[in-house]
Write a protein that binds this ligand. Structure first.
Ligand SMILES: Nc1ncnc2c1ncn2[C@@H]1O[C@H](COP(=O)(O)OP(=O)(O)OP(=O)(O)O)[C@@H](O)[C@H]1O
Ligand SMILES: [Mg+2]
Length: 268
């Protein structure tokens, strides 16, 4: 067993012991119990009880992880809660959901899951976490206590607006998280509005886990504007910029292998 697997096993066992106790009310403590020592900015997000949070973050900063903690914590601490985890496409929704699922597993199943599906988790306290692609026809009809929108800047405005009625009756909370994608769309607008939201911006070079020399490799491997968007949270001009915005989107679709930045992933 190498050092990383030993550490993982130790965390798992520790989590199991601790979770014989009730799930901590405080999400920061909960993160630690499930084996994640939150970075300072993640701590601020977890500690805030603001019902609307918008996280504009560079690649690999840990935004999906912090959202997964919030999603799972809500499901575990509020019996009967409905948590929707939405992302632009089905694959991304599953990916976002799989983080919550692996946390739940890692936590030693503090509440036995009724059923565990590839896109949903039903807990014996009646709570569910449901992963959905942000298409209006799929998301209609839900009532949600917490709505998490991952990669929100790539979700269409109409698909986002169609989700909002699900929060009305429950007075549900929202967490929108994304890397910026140009000066357009609801994610850009909410972030720059005067409305009452908790706003957080975190660049990849502000996160200690991400080494400057690795960022340099990416900087040289892609157009500067694209690098600045992905890692430094620049809101690129969608009209008249140096690169046609659609070219940048195409490069995004082609997928720069940013996952390679998972240098210190301890597989929690
Ligand atoms: N506080 C932390 N401590 C240690 N590792 C962390 C922490 N937060 C996140 N990670 C790890 O960093 C990597 C990136 O995390 P995550 O996928 O949450 O980031 P992201 O910002 O959503 O990335 P992307 O831009 O690719 O969507 C993952 O391997 C995750 O396990
Ligand atoms: Mg992510």
């Amino acid at each position: 067993m190498n050092a990383a697997s030993l550490l993982k096993e130790a965390r798992r066992l520790r989590a199991r012991d601790v979770l014989r106790d009730p799930v901590p009310e405080n999400p920061v403590e909960f993160a630690r119990v499930v084996g994640l020592e939150p970075d300072p900015w993640q701590r601020n997000v977890l500690a805030s009880d603001h019902p609307r949070k918008i996280l504009c973050c560079g690649r690999q900063t840990g935004k999906s992880s912090v959202a997964a903690i919030l999603a799972l914590h809500k499901a575990l601490t509020k019996p009967g809660a409905v948590v929707l985890v939405v992302a632009p496409g089905e694959r991304q929704a599953k990916l976002a959901f799989s983080k919550a699922l692996s946390l739940h597993r890692g936590a030693g199943y503090p509440l036995p899951a009724h059923s565990e599906r590839r896109t949903g988790l039903e807990l014996s306290n009646g709570s569910v976490i449901e992963a959905l692609p942000a298409a209006e026809r799929t998301t209609r009809g839900y009532s949600a206590d917490l709505l998490v929108v991952d990669e929100a800047a790539a979700v269409g405005d109409l698909d986002y607006f169609a989700l909002l009625p699900s929060l009305v009756a429950t007075r549900g909370e929202q967490v929108l998280l994304s890397t910026p994608r140009g000066q357009r769309g609801f994610f850009h607008e909410v972030f720059h509005s005067e409305d009452d939201w908790m706003r957080v911006m975190v660049r990849s070079d502000e996160v200690d886990r991400i080494r400057p020399e690795d960022l340099q490799v990416f900087r040289h491997a892609m157009p500067e504007e694209f690098y600045r968007q992905e890692f430094l949270c620049d809101w690129l001009e969608t009209e008249g910029g140096l690169f046609a915005y659609n070219d940048i989107e195409a490069a995004l679709e082609a997928g720069a292998n940013v996952g390679a930045l998972q240098l210190e992933d301890e597989g929690w």
